[in-house]
Unconditional design. Sequence first.
Length: 384
Amino acid sequence: MNGSSLISRVATGAVALWKLAARLRASLYRNGLLSRRRLRAKVISIGNIAWGGTGKTPFTIWLARRLEQSGVRVSILTRGYRRTSRQRIQIIRPMTSPADASGSGDEVQLFLRQLGVLQVPIGVSASRYEAGSLLEREYPVQVHLLDDGYQHLALHRDLDIVLLDAENPWGRHGAVQSFLRESPTALARADAVLLTRCELLPPPGSRDSVRALEAKVRQINPAAEFFTASTRLVAFRDAGTGALVPLEKFRALRPFAFCGLGNPRAFFRSLDHFGIALAGQKVFLDHHRYTESEVSELGSLAKTAGAACLLTTEKDLVNLSRGSLPGLPLYWAEIDLSVTEENRLLAWISERLGVPAAAAVSRVTTMQGKQPRAHAVSEAEAGR
């Protein structure tokens, strides 16, 4: 047995043990041997069975915007993964500057950047119950969005929405075929399953088409609602000035792309899907915080590859050392989430929770919730 085969077997065994422990834990909660705490407001859990990279943060932002714009008072509850703040519970007020919440984790900064002027407070704590209780004392919250909440079983939820990444639904990771937090059978607890990144799927009739994946989900949970979503590249933003470069003009550049995501392959595939030819690419671990030396190295790698600029994601942008920019222009990809049957999804949430129905809104309307961006730039400026 060679070394790689041994590592694969050990990893597969460790994942199997983890899944077994997760199943036993879920059983203890289901049978009342472990108790759940309940907040006054309704709770929608947004989670997954993978280790990350399914689009939970964009969907949480999407749903917060839709509900808030329909008149529902929303909060977001999050653990604040890899936050540096030592506060046990943080309450982030609406319209807080992302820079002022830099110690709260990259997801919180993305929530603040994207939700902008919307009145959505954020509670950050390992105990989402305590954070939610504090929010309910200060704000008239009607619905809490429990970010990454599928395994946070200590808090009662009224709806469980589970996201599956269409690009890698069952957690394939190298030689490990199912690198998941929980077994796919855990989808039986879900009230709804949302299949994300469907733009990367092959056409109908193939083994991994939307219809084929839906059939697998329904074998596990016939009662769950099933929805699909796609990610669209909208434009690219200059990290230094905020200036916009439309997709069509950015195609003329040869960027060097880098990211630290749960599913980096999906980012690169998405760029290829939208016609962005890369001079090179580099992957870091999920939630990676970039040092100044790493940023400098990325600039050197890009120049060696003949790239006109560097390209990353908004999540990676907030993890760059403040003020550190490479020698080349740096851009981040602005994306837009599109839920195929969003009116049906929003009506289902309204009916299940007894809250006002959120109407589908246009891209122009949703952008009003974001912080203002700078002017557009010409193609010449983009490749400066």
